[in-house]
Design a protein around this ligand. Structure first.
Ligand code: ZN
Length: 608
């Protein structure tokens, strides 16, 4: 079977860059048979014996994970007629296997938990990544999924915090590949957001790179190495972000195409805020409110770099950086399978700002199709798509803007956190301070951070209690969580609650998908003591225009697509989850699946 590359290389190398032809396995098989017959005709009978069934198939040279942050499955259907031949989605849908019923089976459906699932095959209950942030009881400080005070940032501004994968509890596909190849596989994660670069790559990755909005550079941390590779410094020296200053984001297509599939531009429900120096209507001019760029100190341009996140231009910068990584790190250049993960963040920022039915969301979806197409073309030219296993997914979906869903009669509205706290606090006080004593002994029952405030007591719709105070007064966690949970249910829009004792003891039903998603999202050392579920289309808070996080379809139903060697193209209706991606890739590669992978192998699309 070592003759295989003789045939595969020229085919992939000659594929036209802008108009790749579909991979035709049958033609290739016929060629292979002919070439193999010719090359082996003078060999001895023993050498001509076909490969035995237990001989491992040749591994692809590259595993490419492409992620779009906040991408609902229905975008693939809603805009399908507008995707281009050279774009990414038509190719992925035609040449790949795609699952229409792919849902996250955990909550909260946030960026870090989603990205931690893709290449671990594990839910937050096993990955430990229960949110983008949570209160750390040991230090009394709020931590992010990747914040790490023991490492330093490379390429960022002075005193800027650094990040690492140390809180990820599961190994990844990349970790297992590096173990299997005695470190010869290279594993690199790239994104605008630190968590989205770091978590898919894993703890034993070679590198992760993300964008610093303080410095306008692609950065990493001393977790991976002591200084940035020279090619990264060269990339940063070209000031890759600065060239987008004053850029105008206009619609890609005539407005009539948008009004068929999205709301009018700038409806009233977008009026919760806008980016500095910009309005909510097209065209969006990217300045961050600055008159000009400060060429002496990059940190003075922070507002502009922050605004860049909210435009498709940051995705362009990411494609350019990924191309540099492929070239300079020689990804996919040899037989030791490398892993490259690229996560496009701008779609999430735009979705939060304008909502899933906005013209901006539609436009950035059409643009990311083309950007993924460029990335696939580049991989095809450098590595060959026939040598690459591509996975495409998203970390979560998004709900319509609550005011929009309310106007449509879908029950969308905002629940005030103050109302919820009022109800829970009075119920706790009524039970544990019935005489209305002052000072109220229940005043410190909620979790307090190192600064002595309760500002971290409610995060990710999880309520955290102060264990020391409960112990002091002999209050049972079982009882107080139930009292607070029942009080929460009296607030309109709160649908259900789960308590820590209930979740820890497994007193939940896995046949109820909402309960199952709560269980899969619960990691005892980091989760709260009471988990609240809102009704569909309701949002607990009033600061973000549109958001995600719930166990409902609009947040959980995302694409799962695999394309490449070993995968039978098609549209699959079986239930799937992005947690199935890692075990399936490992099955194709013939490596151990990640330590806590609970997803299934998507056998319906595997070639026998
Ligand atoms: Zn988001």
């Amino acid at each position: 079977m070592h003759q295989l590359p003789l045939v595969v290389f020229p085919l992939s190398g000659n594929m036209p860059r802008m108009n790749p032809k579909p991979f035709r396995p049958r033609v290739l098989v016929v060629c292979l048979v002919l070439v193999t017959a010719l090359l082996t005709s003078s060999f001895t009978p023993a050498q001509r014996r076909p490969a035995t069934a237990n001989q491992r198939a040749k591994r692809p040279k590259l595993v490419l994970l492409v992620v779009v942050d906040q991408f609902r499955y229905d975008y693939l259907e809603r805009f399908s007629d507008l995707f281009t031949e050279n774009g990414g989605f038509k190719r992925l849908l035609r040449d790949g296997a795609s699952w229409t019923q792919s849902n996250y089976d955990h909550m909260p459906t946030y960026t870090a938990p989603g990205h931690a699932t893709m290449l671990t095959g594990a839910y937050p209950a096993e990955s430990g990544i229960v949110g983008n942030e949570w209160p750390d009881r040991a230090t009394g400080r709020r931590v992010t999924s990747v914040s790490d005070t023991t490492v330093n940032l490379l390429g960022g501004a002075a005193n800027e915090g650094a990040s690492s994968p140390k809180r990820l509890m599961s190994s990844t596909v990349g970790d297992e590949l590096r173990l299997a190849t005695n470190e010869h596989s290279k594993v690199i994660g790239i994104s605008i957001k630190d968590r989205s670069a770091i978590l898919p790559a894993g703890r034993h990755a070679n590198a992760a790179y993300w964008f610093s909005t303080n410095s306008g550079s692609m950065v990493s941390s001393t977790y991976y190495f002591n200084e940035l590779p020279a090619w990264v410094t060269t990339f940063n020296n070209s000031r890759p972000a600065d060239k987008f200053f004053n850029s105008k984001w206009e619609r890609l297509l005539p407005e009539s195409e948008y009004s068929k599939r999205a709301n009018a531009d700038s409806p009233t429900w977008e009026n919760i805020g806008n980016q500095a120096g910009d309005t909510n209507a097209f065209p969006h001019v990217l300045t961050g409110g600055l008159a000009k760029l400060d060429t002496t100190t990059a940190t003075a341009n922070r507002a502009f770099y922050n605004a860049l996140d909210y435009t498709p231009f940051s995705n362009d910068m990411l494609v350019a950086f990924a191309q540099q990584a492929i070239t300079n790190e020689q990804l996919g250049a040899d037989d030791d399978t490398d892993v490259l993960s690229v996560s496009f963040s701008a779609n999430d920022y735009v979705g939060h700002r304008y909502g899933p039915y906005s013209q901006e969301m539609m436009d950035i979806t059409l643009r990311v199709d083309r950007q993924i197409g460029m990335l696939l073309d580049f991989v095809n030219a450098k590595v060959g798509l026939t040598n690459t296993l591509v996975a495409f997914t998203a970390d979560h979906g998004v709900a319509p803007i609550p005011e929009h869903a309310g106007a449509l009669g879908l029950g969308g509205s905002r629940i005030k956190v103050a109302d919820l706290f009022g109800a829970m606090n009075s119920a706790i006080s009524a039970r544990y301070n019935p005489q209305n004593k002052t000072p109220d002994p229940t005043a410190d029952y909620l979790y307090k951070n190192a600064s002595g405030t309760t500002s971290d007591a409610f995060m990710n719709n999880n309520l955290y209690f102060n264990y020391a105070a409960l112990k002091r007064d002999g209050v049972s966690l079982d009882e107080i969580t139930q009292i607070a949970g029942e009080a929460a249910l009296t607030v309109p829009g709160i649908a259900r609650y789960f308590t820590r004792p209930q979740l820890e003891r497994g007193q939940t039903s896995i046949t109820d998908p909402i309960e199952r998603r709560a269980v899969h999202g619960f990691y005892p050392p980091r989760s709260g003591d009471l988990v609240l579920i809102t009704e569909p289309y309701k949002y607990l808070g009033d600061t973000i225009t549109a958001t995600h996080g719930t166990p409902y379809s609009y947040d959980t139903n995302v694409p799962t697509i695999l394309m490449g060697a070993g995968v039978t193209p098609g549209r699959y209706y079986e239930a799937a989850t992005p947690a199935d991606i890692a075990p399936t890739i490992c099955a194709i590669l013939g490596v151990t699946k990640p330590s806590s992978a609970t997803g299934r192998v998507l056998i319906e699309a595997l070639k026998k």
